[in-house]
Design a binder for this molecule. Structure first.
Ligand SMILES: [Zn+2]
Length: 458
């Protein structure tokens, strides 16, 4: 009995053990499955955005990043043991660098800031390389490292970046110098492409902050263009792939900026690098970063980061093939002209042109010049009249006030947008020499902001 009991107990223990083993195996397999799944899910746009939030090393607003700041960023990449090398010099003798990561057969080339005042992608590239290097233990990053070799030139135009201007120091627009190659920066870019023959190129720019998505007054925060090259030289397969990769980026970004993604409009231009790259055998995707009211420059860096990694990963895991070029084809084109930075509605404009002093009631649209973050913003009047079909990113009802252009004269397109506001029930001598002192204004708009805010009227 005892022994049989013992046997019974034993066998029961064995059976229990077996069941336990099986269960643990199932749990283990499930966990492994989950693990693989989380790894796959790690490429979800929201996860990519979270990675950026936690790990980004670019801390400054991109418009404030000068050549020395780029060098600091690159030093951080070098400390992570990422290959960074000087590949040339600008006309002003500033170093131009190339970053390289990965050891795969597919060659991807990205370049940013060939226009000095178009800085967003430079910071996003830095963050992307830092992320990839620090996360090589993730399966999908490991796969990317094995499949791709990624090279990038951040800030191709460091002289322009230094003074926040589009052109280089020779006053050449590098992106109109692809044929003539008169600038050292253009020569370098061509040399880097020709020597390496990348399979894909990403041409990274910024567009006007007031670019809209056509048919709307939404800002186009990001716009894409698959640059197809001239018909005789077209790489149809490469262009189709780039449309699918762009579709993947569009789908990803719709999680964050729905309705604010546009299709960049541009005709073939043999002087432009995107077109020439495509002609030379490297089909290019152009990414243009705009702006989004209420979101700062770093948010747009994050959008670039999500877009880059989405495209590269779709290329690596083959998921680009599951995307349709349709998402790209139906993307609404960029629009322009119906959105302004500021609209002052129903202003009582004091037009003081010498002898004649008249009050004109009209809406006023103002735009701000794009300047590095924190700098004084110059605003100028774009148009006046009844602007019902237009929208301002900021709009003010100024019907209860006189609006006096601070520098006098009659207000017209081109007038500097520095305004004094006076409640309509006040008696003001508009010809007073020291108007502001004799008649302190009720509100002052200067440098694109309210120095003295518009008071509420009862
Ligand atoms: Zn540009």
């Amino acid at each position: 009995m005892r022994s049989s009991h013992r046997v019974f107990v034993q066998s029961s223990e064995n059976r229990y053990h077996l069941v336990f083993m099986k269960t643990s195996l199932i749990i283990l397999l499930t966990l492994a499955g989950l693990f693989v799944q989380t790894n796959v899910r790690a490429q979800k746009p929201k996860d990519l955005a979270d990675f950026w939030e936690k790990q980004h090393i670019s801390k400054m607003f991109p418009s404030n990043v000068r050549h020395r700041d780029l060098k600091n960023y690159l030093e951080q990449l070098r400390k992570l043991e990422i290959k960074v090398e000087e590949v040339g010099r600008s006309y002003g003798n500033r170093e131009i660098y190339q970053i390289e990561w990965g050891k795969g057969a597919t060659r991807v080339f990205l370049w940013s800031q060939m226009h000095g005042d178009e800085p967003t992608a430079t910071s996003a590239l830095i963050d992307m390389f830092a992320f990839l290097q620090k996360n090589r233990d993730k399966d999908w990053v490991k796969r990317m490292e094995e499949t791709l070799t990624i090279r990038a030139v951040p800030m191709l135009n460091p002289d322009g970046a230094e003074i926040f201007q589009r052109r280089n120091l020779q006053n050449i627009d590098i992106n109109r110098d692809a044929s003539n190659l008169q600038s050292p920066e253009a020569q370098l870019l061509k040399r880097l492409r020709d020597a390496w023959q990348p399979h894909i190129g990403f041409n990274l720019h910024n567009q006007n902050n007031l670019t809209t998505v056509s048919g709307t007054t939404n800002q186009a925060a990001i716009s894409f263009l698959v640059v197809e090259g001239q018909p005789e030289l077209r790489n149809e397969e490469g262009n189709e792939r780039n449309k699918r990769l762009t579709a993947a980026m569009i789908v990803a970004l719709q999680n964050f900026i729905p309705g604010s993604i546009g299709r960049y409009v541009d005709a073939y231009n043999p002087l432009a690098f995107g077109d020439k790259f495509s002609d030379w055998g490297t089909p290019v995707i152009l990414i243009e970063t705009g702006a989004l009211y209420g979101k700062d420059e770093l948010f747009l860096v994050k959008m670039n980061f999500v877009a880059f990694l989405t495209a590269l990963n779709a290329l690596v895991d083959g998921s680009e093939k599951s995307f349709s070029t349709f998402n790209y084809d139906v993307l609404p084109k960029n629009g322009a002209g119906n959105l302004f930075n500021y609209i002052f509605r129903r202003a009582n404009i004091v037009n003081n042109s010498g002898e004649i002093l008249e009050i004109q009631v009209a809406d006023i649209a103002l735009n701000a010049m794009r300047r590095p973050a924190g700098e004084f913003v110059i605003t100028t009047v774009q148009t006046t009249g009844s602007l019902v079909s237009f929208r301002g990113l900021e709009e003010y009802d100024t019907s209860g006030f006189y609006l006096f252009p601070k520098f006098g004269g009659a207000l017209r397109a081109g007038t500097i947008g520095e305004f004094l506001f006076y409640k309509k029930d006040r008696q003001i001598d508009w010809k007073a020499l020291d108007l502001e002192k004799q008649f302190p204004p009720d509100a002052i708009f200067s440098g694109g902001k309210w120095i003295k805010p518009l008071p509420k009227l009862n």
